[in-house]
Design a protein around this ligand. Structure first.
Ligand code: FES
Ligand code: FES
Length: 185
């Protein structure tokens, strides 16, 4: 008997479980867009180079065009549709809106998902290729424009909205720091 080439899988997307049949070659990106109608995640290059399809898987960013849907079963996926709290935008979304961190908006869902992960990675003390002193005792580097550019370098913007994107991520980082300090006060 020929091996089966499809399976019925359950994916957890934005906290909701979805059971669907998928061909084993189906990417997470295609399952999201074509089968679950979650079209906020965009297809750009479809080969892992532009970042338009970035989502969070178990809180870490991933390009969904290189992730097989079957390999995502049992993991928590967050797409742009799951970032806001009801009608209230996430501070990263608000910063992109306030500072015009987009032009056509096609890359924006991926940029925002990536920015969410950048803030977490930075807060956890992860260095980047732009970090001058990577010794653990040096602590996390300030999230300077160079740090932001490096950490967001997997997300391309064909409109060239990079200046505003960097400003938006910086503002979201400031808001996060202020919020953390407020919570600790
Ligand atoms: S569409 Fe996935 S990286 Fe470009
Ligand atoms: S805003 Fe158009 S591709 Fe980035």
């Amino acid at each position: 008997m020929a091996p089966s080439t499809s399976s019925v899988i359950t994916l957890t997307i934005n906290g909701e479980k979805h059971t669907l049949p998928v061909d084993h070659r189906t990417t997470l990106l295609d399952a999201l867009r074509e089968q679950l109608d979650l079209t906020g995640t965009k297809k750009g290059c479809d080969q892992g180079q532009c970042g338009a399809c970035t989502v969070l898987i178990d809180g870490r960013r991933a390009v969904s065009c290189l992730q097989l849907a079957v390999a995502t079963e049992g993991r928590e996926v967050t797409t742009i549709e799951g970032v806001a709290e009801g009608d209230e935008l996430h501070p990263v979304q608000q910063a992109f809106l306030d500072l015009d961190g987009y032009q056509c908006g096609y890359c924006t869902p991926g940029q925002i998902c990536s920015a969410l992960a950048v803030l977490e990675e930075h807060a956890a003390g992860w260095p980047s290729a732009a970090t001058a002193d990577v010794r653990p005792e040096a602590g996390p580097p300030p999230l300077s424009p160079d740090e932001i550019r490096e950490r967001m370098s997997g997300n391309l913007c064909r409109c060239g909205a990079y200046v505003s994107i960097v400003q938006a991520v910086a503002r979201a980082a400031e808001a996060r720091t202020a919020g953390t300090e407020e919570a600790l006060a």
